[in-house]
Design a protein around this ligand. Structure first.
Ligand SMILES: [Zn+2]
Length: 261
């Protein structure tokens, strides 16, 4: 509950519009039922378009969405969720375990598993990180270097993705404006109409052919801003292993979300 909602409930503020009022009524309707007892990772999504109650696993956000049509009652939604309680818990428990970026964790970097080895020394002036064949060596004066490790991985991803984008865009004789590396939940990559490419740093945890495919996909958009046959031909022509990459992203892409700083 936000501060504003709390004030609204206490009657100190008037809702600004009908929409707010609706949300408020909805929220208090949700609060009447102990959805969190079923699972704290069950999220209620009230949808104006949905025709019936539905459960949808969202592996990227690691939650189960309970889609509730606008006209449906919260009581019926709650009963529906209770009926499927075991299934909800089972599906959520099958999601890959979280891996934190800390000493001892094993993370795949460019398709190769590497163990994080933190060498703490309070006398060091700064953190130095080395990417080895099987290890990621972190020499640091920080008791928790996880955000520093993440920054290192972002920079490694940037260097690799930039090199691939340069090679692929040259192959189709197109230019891009710039490349942004982010930690986004919704997309692995994007290409704007003015040629700005953006990628998720999490692609660093994917096998090489998968990373390569995502870069090829966004670079191919520099030539075709759609998903036409011509687009897919271009994408395939600049991918090292088109089928392998696209299959891996489809089947395992969500597992890239399990790493966190
Ligand atoms: Zn696309």
């Amino acid at each position: 509950m936000t501060k504003r909602e709390a004030q609204l409930r206490a009657g100190r503020l008037r809702p600004k519009s009908g929409a707010n009022l609706l949300t408020l009524q909805r929220n208090s309707a949700i609060d009447r039922y102990p959805f969190a007892e079923i699972s704290p990772r069950l999220e209620i999504v009230v949808s104006p378009r949905a025709k019936r109650l539905a459960l949808r696993l969202c592996p990227k956000a690691r939650v189960m969405n309970l889609v509730v049509p606008k006209r449906a009652s919260m009581k019926s939604a709650y009963e529906f969720a209770r009926e499927h309680e075991d299934w909800i818990q089972e599906k959520l428990s099958e999601l890959p375990r979280r891996v934190r970026l800390r000493d001892g964790a094993v993370i795949p970097v460019f398709g190769q598993d590497r163990r994080i080895v933190v060498l703490y020394n309070e006398n060091l002036k700064f953190t130095d990180i080395l990417l080895k064949k099987d290890e990621l060596i972190v020499m640091t004066n920080k008791t928790d270097p996880s955000s520093r490790i993440k920054r290192f991985l972002v920079e490694q991803a940037r260097a690799k993705i930039t090199a691939l984008a340069e090679e692929k865009s040259a192959a189709i004789d197109r230019d891009y404006k710039d490349i942004t590396i982010r930690d986004t939940v919704s997309r692995w990559g994007s290409c704007s109409s003015d040629g700005r490419l953006s990628f998720s740093y999490r692609l660093i945890f994917a096998p090489k052919q998968a990373l390569d495919y995502v870069v090829a996909h966004e670079v191919a958009h520099l030539a075709h801003m759609d998903h036409s046959e011509n687009f897919w031909d271009t994408c395939e022509s600049i991918s090292r292993d088109f089928e392998g990459g696209i299959d891996w992203m489809r089947e395992h892409g969500h597992t890239l979300m399990r790493f966190s700083a």
